[in-house]
Write a protein that binds this ligand. Structure first.
Ligand SMILES: Nc1nc2c(c(=O)[nH]1)N[C@H]1C(S)=C(S)[C@@H](COP(=O)(O)O)O[C@H]1N2
Ligand SMILES: [Mo]
Length: 198
């Protein structure tokens, strides 16, 4: 009887340790998962020197266009410039990441009209447009969004914030009517690329 009790206690104690250890494993898994999620989402802070390396003095409009272009801030200033007031850059769940009182910008549509997308006829409308930054961050638009949808009136290339040059790069791509404006807010803008769906 005594030995039986002893074995029983041992068994219970053993199963308890097993339970705890597997629970602990799970907890550890969750915490590493969370850590890597945060790591992926957050941007590491760059030194002033590294940030300068990403700055472009012009953006290149290329791909399926009749007139490939290199546009500087000065060339944008010669186009139809609009002012965007109280701009909010938002992330997931509407978290405000950045707020700007006033920005000067031109419409992405005007830039694309200048470069003229190579369309064979009026039904040739299946293109996508990529805004690419020098750190290879990218945002994508479709032809229909820009030329046959209110988004066309909301997709901008920003070159001035509160009367000063923009801080991250010289030009920023932005889509003002997106639910969260963070994803299609492309700083260090380097090129606008037009591709046809074959
Ligand atoms: N070039 C470039 N633009 C970018 C990013 C980036 O990593 N590189 N991050 C985007 C993300 S995820 C958000 S939410 C907004 C605002 O980012 P911030 O919080 O770093 O200002 O910028 C966007 N634009
Ligand atoms: Mo983000």
């Amino acid at each position: 009887m005594k030995t039986q009790n002893y074995i029983l206690i041992l068994l219970i104690a053993f199963s308890c340790t097993m339970c705890n250890s597997s629970k602990k494993d799970k907890e550890e898994n969750i915490s590493t998962e969370q850590a890597s999620k945060t790591e992926k989402h957050e941007h590491k802070t760059l030194t002033a020197e590294d940030s300068l390396k990403l700055v472009n003095h012009q953006i290149e409009i290329k791909g399926d266009v009749e007139f490939p272009l290199q546009l500087t801030i000065d060339s944008l200033k010669k186009m139809k410039v609009v002012t965007i007031e109280n701009l909010k850059i938002t992330g997931k769940g509407g978290v405000i990441k950045r707020e700007v009182k006033a920005c000067k910008a031109v419409l992405l549509r005007d830039v694309l009209d200048k470069a003229k997308i190579k369309q064979t006829d009026h039904k040739d409308r299946n293109f996508y447009i990529v805004e690419r930054a020098s750190d290879d961050y990218k945002a994508t638009f479709s032809w229909a969004e820009i030329f046959n949808n209110p988004t066309g009136d909301n997709a901008y290339i920003i070159f001035e914030e509160n009367g000063k040059p923009v801080k991250n790069g010289e030009m920023i791509g932005l889509c003002k009517n997106d639910i969260a404006t963070g994803p299609r807010h492309v700083y260090w803008l380097k090129s606008i690329e037009v591709y046809k769906i074959e």
